[in-house]
Structure formats: structure tokens, C-alpha cells
Write a protein that binds this ligand. Sequence first.
Ligand code: ATP
Ligand code: MG
Length: 650
Amino acid sequence: MSEGFKPVKLYEENLRLKITKGSMDGRKLRELRKNALKDMKFWEEQANSLTWFKGWNNILEWNPPFARWFVDGLINASYNILDKHMETNVKNKIAILWEGENEERRKLTYNDLYIQVNKFANGLKKLGIGKGDRITIYLPMIPELPIAMLASARLGAIHSIIFSGFSAQSIADRINNSQSKVVITADGGYRRGKVIKLKEIVDDAIRSCDSIKNVITFNRTNIDTPINSIDKKWDDIVNNADDYCEPENVESNHPLFILYTSGTTGKPKGVVHGTGGYLTYAYSTTKWIFDIKPNDVYWCTADIGWVTGHTYIVYGPMLHGATTIMYEGAPDYPKVDRFWSIIEKYKVSILYTTPTALRMFMRFGNQYPESHDLSSLRLLGTVGEPINPKVWQWYYKIIGNERCPIVDTWWQTETGAAMISGVPGIELVPMKPGSATFPMPGIDAVIFDEEGKEVPPNTKGYLAIRKPWPGMLLTLWNDDEKYRQVYWSRFPNMYYPGDYALIDDDGYLWLLGRADDVLKVAGHRIGTAELESALVSHESVAEAAVGSKPHDIKGESIIAFLVLREGYTSNEELKNVIVDHMRNVVGPIATPEEIYFVNKLPKTRSGKIMRRLLRAVVNESPIGDITTMEDSTAIDEVKKAYDDLKKTIR
Ligand code: ATP
Ligand code: MG
């Protein structure tokens, strides 16, 4: 049966809509992409934007699946982000505009950062930390987080940042995997007006971690914390340290950091990134995607605990000497307009956020963004999940006032930086709501069928990357075999991200959901994003997640979990309306067999829907690793909705 992409009626109108305002014809971008793929010199030119202590002998050594970029080149990340700017007028420019959840404010110039990073690096050195040692960082969104990262990089140590919402067990697992010597934390962090006692969580975690020699605690909230023999105070470390720390010259492929994936599809993986290749790719993609100008105020709303924060709050923008916003707290606290008030207050010009946040704001209503002056915005970005066309339109109209291009950036912890995205820094091409547009220059993306044969345009299949790129992971920490098996065995010697996608007639790439989650209904393969976007296009639906159940005739039947928008009540009548809507906008095969209304969907702490849990509930199978789940009551709700419905059926 046909695998063709045949969305119909309204769905098609939404998806195929081209927004061409102010756009050019794409010739320049096409040319650059063509040349970049032809010649490795392209990556050499990119790497030349950074400062190297010694040049490389080889641009790439490729022993599949292991790539080494800019071999024998010597570099230091913190030198490129700090020392380099000390010679220009970026020195006194603001690097970080920080706002605490309690509206406290701090401003740090690049010079301030330089001083703090040097001192803190010297402090770490005194504790015996040096090249190759692992440092675990468990800090809230405060300036000390990038300071600790850059101090680690200065010494050639390897940072492993853990999002500060994780439990003691998750911290212990990551410390034991990476064998960190030090943990850097804070006494507490603010979340929705409450203090989360981070240091206590760390103490609890390290009871089972023999590798830890010291715990460094920053005083953020002034709460009492127990002091143990291995504890050091951040302030003591910095106050007693010398002002200058020589940056370690590391070989380009020396690991800069380990970062664990979000855990959406299973147990998190310890992704390892190198230095020279990663920085090159972070630098170039930041320039192409965000095109940051000297006066821009840039805000990436991610937490630095995720890869988005690593690459697009710290490494990428700071290599460019950008002014970035750092916000400590919850996006809807104390009021649901917190984001919009920050944009107005700091005159943010570039906003980079997630579909999950946008769906939440949409659900609250337009009155909140509309009561703020958002006219400083000039560019909008999204990352993390496919953006539903309906949500894209809202972002474009209500937040961007139809003036701001949207860059939909597809990438992964493993890819280091964005792989598929609009690139206003090169050329703005017409946008299609819901499509991430084109692969980055130098990225050889292709869609394969089950057997690894390239599919024609408009045919769904599995995304793969044919050539290595500088931002790619080096390996999984201490697990080369798993690295090979997870990413390089599906299609031999090609990188397999595990996402389902298609390329349309115009060459635009559409991400259709996770390969693991693809449904097979009546001979058709359907990506979750296709159905969820159609569900969200109904006026009553704020969020949707689909799963499936085995079905005697169809193979699989579609199960939908829905969160309604404010003002709608869940009942049988609405279910029927939604079923009709799906029949009309996608077609009869998209008819959900069962619909469950819930107040929240199970998500990772990075905000991604965990569809594998829905599948497990409806198939009554084990739910697997849930250590990265944000709110465990969400899965209880899903179970309850499922049990309630089952009772009515029996
Ligand atoms: P795990 O690998 O542990 O299951 P994860 O894949 O969610 O977790 P991340 O590296 O944080 O971990 O997320 C990468 C994934 O996020 C991509 O593979 C893709 O499925 C999804 N994604 C990210 N950005 C986009 C986007 N712009 N459009 C569609 N999907 C996206
Ligand atoms: Mg993944």
C-alpha cells in the first residue's frame, strides 16, 4: 500500500501554507549547501573562525563510526569565549542578563565572567581537578552555572551537567557512570516560590558514589545546610583564588562534556562531545540560524541542563559575544505572563523556546501576550518536538505579530547543534508551518525506507545522516559498543537519529515523530506528529499524544490522549466531534479508536511527551525507565483515564 504523504483538506492547507513575506528565492542557500557537501575545506573554513593554539594536521579522520575532527589541533573553549573577547569591545558588553524567579536581577559583562571563571578554575585546580577529570554540576539557572562550565573547560576537565530538577537516584546514576570527582551545587533553588533543597539531594545521592572527593556549594537561598568534611563553599573557593588561570591546550577531540539524553524513548544515554568539532559546529550554526547582531538581546528559554542550553545559551552565543538572558524560574510563575513580561522588560529581540511551552501559553489565552509590548522581537525559534502547524501559526501571529521569521530547529543531544533549520543568517527562504525546512550546510540528510533504500520525495521514511559532521558525538561514555549499535547499525556507516520524516517536492523536511512511535494502521505508516497536529488543529484541543493498540483487522488502532483548552468540557459529544474532525482533516484511517481526556500528559523534564508510557498503559505492559519523567502524577492520570474507560466498556 502507498506510503505517500496524503494529508487532506484543512490539514493540507495548514501544512502546505508557505509564508513568503520578505523571503528570497533560496538560490544562495542552495549554492552554499551544494558546495559545503562537496569539499571538506568547507569545515576547515568554519573552524578557522575560532582561535587555535596550534593548527590541525587533518580535517577529519573517519574510522566509522568514530570521527576525529581537526586532528592534532590545540584549542580551549573558555579561551575562545572569554580571553578572545578581552581584546575587543565585547569585553565590557553584557554577557548575561539574569533574572531570578523572585525578580532579583544581576548583570555580568564578559569581563566579569572572565574574572569569575579564572578564579573558580584556580579553586578547582587547588582541589586537584585537572585535564580529563569529570565534574558534575547540579545547579539552578544562575550565572554560577555557566561559570562552573567554563571553569571546567578552562582546565580541560569534562563537565556533566544534571538538570536541577532530577532526583538523588538520577544524580547518583550519572555520577557513577561518569565517575566524577566533584559535584558543584547550591544550597537551594527557587521553583514556584518554594526552595528546593539541592544540597540535601546531592548529599543523599553521593552516599552511593565513591568517586566524589568534594562537594562545592553556592549559597543561593541562605537556607541551613548540613556541612560535611568534603564540603567546600563556593565563595571561599573564589575568594582565595588567583586572578588568572592558564587555559589548558587540549587536542581538538578531547571531551568537553558528557550530557545525558532526555530519556524520552528509554534509559538516558551518556553522550560525549569533543572540543574543536563541537565548538566549530556550535559557532557556525549560531551564526546561520540566529544571525546575532551586536545589539541583539537573545533569549533561549531552555535550562542549561539540556543540550539546547549548552549549545545555544552558553557555547554558541558566547563564542559570538552575544548578550543572553538567563531566567531562573518557572515560565508561568508568579503569573502566566512571565515570559512576555521578561521580553518587554529586557527588549528581547530573539526568542528561542519549545512547542510544549507554546502550547501551554496558547492554552492560557491571547490576552497575556497581548497585554505586553513584544515589538522588540525580530526572530523566533523552536526546538524539542515537532511544532504543530496550528501552534506555529499562533507563534507567528500572536507573538511575532507576523513580522518575525520562525526557525524550527531539529537536532538532538547527540548532534551537538542544530541539523535541520531555517538559516536567516545565510538566506531567509519561504517558511512552511510545521516544516524544519532544510538541512544545514554540510549536513547530508536523507530519508530511507525499511531496507535502507532512499525514498522519492513525499514519501515517509527514516531520517539518516550520510556524512559525519563536526558537532557529532564522539561516543557514549565508556560504551563504544552501544554507540555503534544505537546510532550506526540500522543503516551501515550512517548515523541513525531514530526519527521518522519526509522530504516534500520542494525539498523541505518534515519531522513526523519518533521512529519507535510510528503507527501502522491498515497498511499505512503514520507518524505521531501527523495525527497529533491534526488533533491540535481542533479548537478544543490544547495538547495531544497518540499511541496504538494491536487490532485484529487494522494491524493497529489509534489511541489518543487529549488535554482540552480552557473553557471546554470532556464528554461523549466532544469525543464524537473530534472523531469527525479527524475523519475530515486526515481521513477515515486516522479515526481514533479510543479517546481519553486527561489534565496533563506524561512528559520528560525537558518537556517532551513520553508516548512509550501511553503505549505501555494501554497495552498493560511494563512502563520501563521513568527516571526522567517530570510529574509522576501524569502517568497516574493516564492509567486512571484508561481504567475508567475500560470499566465502561466491560
Ligand atoms: P532519548 O534519546 O533519551 O529518548 P530524547 O531523544 O528526547 O531522549 P533529546 O536529545 O533531548 O533526547 O531530543 C532529541 C529529539 O527531540 C529528536 O530525536 C527529535 O525526536 C526531537 N526533536 C528535537 N527538535 C525537534 C524539532 N524541531 N522537530 C521535531 N522533533 C524534534
Ligand atoms: Mg534521542
